[in-house]
Design a protein around this ligand. Structure first.
Ligand code: GLY
Ligand code: MN
Ligand code: MN
Length: 438
């Protein structure tokens, strides 16, 4: 659980950065709004991750404003208490409690946002706002236009609108001790769900039934939702990277690829395991599986502060190339295939991604030519895979229609790395033993 202090420290860091700009600046950070699912029914609410990072506040229709030159520099705009609305749609923190509960300087009703923003925008040089939130950017620019039109009264519109996302996203990349604790819990819940799903899977069951096992385990452990669309792909469905239909029946002799993760207190886990539906790898499946496993181990061996994701990716790609040659799926010289990046036909995605409030978390992987170097507290996935499409006519038939991915979530530490999700059975022997004791 993150403390109120931690959110306050993040806002203080942002305020300082604003105050340190060469010109006056305010920051506007809108939260998320409810989205219509159908007619008068909404999708479950998910707070905007940047807003959540700065406030911990999980209600729709809220905006954070930071104005370093104001007497009240940290301002929250939120839904006011309203007994009638709350009976229908749920409790609100309300304006009166927001200051004490969230530690902001002042809170106002969201409907009063524009009235308060106008004087803050008047005369300020720079507005920092996320440029991907086009409607908010347009709204603030419209407000500014109204200032421009009343210049005669001495009002002055902002001169610049600068994207705030790079600042926040660089900060979000390195997790605090408290964030890591929450992420370990998201990982722990997800580990339990994968172990349960592995034992549940059997010939004749359906992919959606396996997904339901995972989702039940998430929910009873207090996870708010899956962090992304759960993938349960039996047989050749595993070759579709983001397969979420999950409607097929599981077949004896096939592999099942499960890629699923819980979201706990806003933070995602993201685990993949691939295992035999009937609990026993065929020789063909085992051989290909162990190539992916060796690739993951090779990637792990590179993880430490000062290294980078591309180095880990290359280590995995080389291991996959070697393995594909050994199995006769590629022919020729290892080094030539490495140079030609031949693995890309079968290992068709990157090795991993940052993980945090978003499953594909924010933060640069490189800037210009410079790779982002690992630092303690960064969290990433390591997820090599091999996918041999069913229609790969030039590949020996026994390999076709097999998709394998193995994915774990790791924290970069001073000493190297910590694998938060290692407890899901992963070697052939571990998986077979786990599935046998049903
Ligand atoms: N679950 C999506 C991914 O592994 O990137
Ligand atoms: Mn992933
Ligand atoms: Mn995944």
């Amino acid at each position: 659980m993150l403390t109120k202090d931690e959110f306050a420290q993040r806002r203080a860091r942002l305020l300082k950065r604003l105050a340190d700009q060469p010109h006056s600046a305010v920051a506007i950070i809108p939260g998320a709004q409810l989205a219509t699912r159908s007619r008068d029914t909404e999708f479950p609410f998910r707070q905007d991750s940047d807003f959540l990072y700065l406030t911990g506040f999980n209600e729709p229709d809220a905006v954070l404003v930071l104005a370093p030159e104001s007497e009240m520099p940290v301002q929250l705009y939120c839904q006011p208490s309203d007994p009638h609305e709350e009976v229908w749609h749920g409790r609100r923190l309300g304006v009166a409690l927001a200051v004490a509960e969230l530690g902001v300087d002042v809170a106002h009703a969201i409907d009063d946002l524009d009235d308060h923003l106008l004087p803050l925008l008047d005369g300020v040089h720079t507005v920092m706002i996320d440029h991907s939130k086009a409607e908010w950017l347009a709204h603030v620019q419209d407000l500014s236009d109204s200032l421009r039109q009343s210049r005669k009264k001495g009002q002055q519109a902002p001169r610049a609108y600068v994207d705030i996302a790079p600042w926040l996203h660089e900060w979000r990349l390195q997790k605090s001790a408290a964030e890591l604790e929450v992420m370990r819990e998201a990982a722990r819940i997800t580990v339990g769900a994968h172990k349960r799903a592995m034992r549940f899977a059997a010939p004749g069951r359906y992919e959606y039934q396996v997904a339901a096992e995972l989702h039940h385990e998430f929910a009873v452990n207090g996870a708010s939702a899956p962090a992304y669309g759960t993938i349960c792909g039996g047989g050749e469905n595993a070759c579709i990277l983001h397969y979420t239909e999950n409607h097929s029946q599981l077949c004896d002799g096939d592999l099942l690829l499960i890629d699923a993760g819980a979201e706990f207190q806003g933070y995602a886990a993201d685990i993949t395991r691939t295992f035999p539906v009937n609990g026993k790898f065929s020789e063909t499946q085992r051989q290909l599986y162990e190539v992916v496993l060796r690739a993951q181990e090779a990637a792990f061996a590179t993880l430490k502060p000062g290294s980078h994701l591309q180095r880990a990716h290359k280590a995995a790609a080389k291991e996959i190339t070697k393995g594909l040659i050994e199995l006769g799926i590629l022919q020729g010289d290892v080094n030539e295939h490495v140079d030609q990046a031949s693995h890309r036909r079968f290992f068709i995605h990157g090795l991993g991604h940052w993980l945090g409030l978003d499953v594909h978390d924010v933060g640069d992987y490189q800037q210009d030519d410079k790779r982002t170097l690992f630092k303690p507290g960064m969290v990433l996935t390591v997820e090599p895979g091999i996918y041999i499409p069913a229609d790969a006519k030039d590949v020996e038939a026994k390999w076709r229609g097999i998709g394998i991915r193995i994915e774990d979530d790791v924290i970069i530490t001073e000493a190297g790395y910590e694998n938060m999700t290692a407890a899901v059975p992963k070697t052939v022997a571990e998986i077979e033993a786990w599935m046998q004791t049903n």
